[in-house]
Design a protein around this ligand. Structure first.
Ligand code: S3P
Length: 165
């Protein structure tokens, strides 16, 4: 039994769908932190950004990360910007089994449709800078990296299972 696997990576890289598949395959439970935040606040991520702003969202995100990270037998997918908030970054750095799903910007753009983009307030005109800025942070906190550009969702999940299952 695993303690908990944490998936990190940029928006659109497939953390939620890969996480669900991997969790199923190894009989773990699955948690998506964005979904937990939406449920707890009864607001969409987009609304939280609009009404309260990014800094309030990052605190909420840190709170759910902190309370989820100690769970046993869970696969957890995080929001792409979680590493931009120093408290969350430190927590991830101190945690084992952080898996970075790494993709090129090209792959990410191709995978997101317009609904996906509209539901993500930070997929704006600065997204490419954001992408570049975050690469080093993902790399630093990750214990294991999966390059996803040429892999299907099932293959990414399988790579994770082979490593940790
Ligand atoms: C964000 C990514 C989103 C969500 C929010 C902010 C980001 O999650 O947490 O819109 O800063 O990159 P996904 O990575 O699941 O899209």
């Amino acid at each position: 039994m695993i303690n908990c696997l944490i998936l990190i990576g940029f928006m659109g890289v497939g953390k939620t769908v890969v996480g669900r598949q991997a969790a199923n395959a190894i009989n773990s439970k699955f948690l998506d932190l964005d979904e937990v935040i939406e449920k707890n606040t009864n607001q969409t991520i987009k609304e939280i950004f609009k009404v309260d702003g990014e800094s309030v969202f990052r605190e909420l995100e840190y709170d759910v990360l902190q309370s989820s990270i100690t769970l046993d037998n869970y696969v957890i997918s995080t929001g792409g910007g979680i590493i931009e908030f120093s408290k969350s970054y430190k927590l991830l750095q101190d945690t084992e089994q952080v898996i970075w799903l790494k993709a090129s910007f090209e792959t990410i753009k191709n995978r997101l449709n317009s609904d996906d983009i509209h539901s993500r307030p930070l997929f704006d005109e600065t997204v490419f800078d954001r992408f570049n800025r975050r690469q080093k942070m993902y790399e630093t906190v990750a214990n294991f990296t999966v390059e996803v550009d040429n892999l299907s969702i099932a293959e990414v999940a399988e790579t994770i299972i082979n490593r940790y299952g």
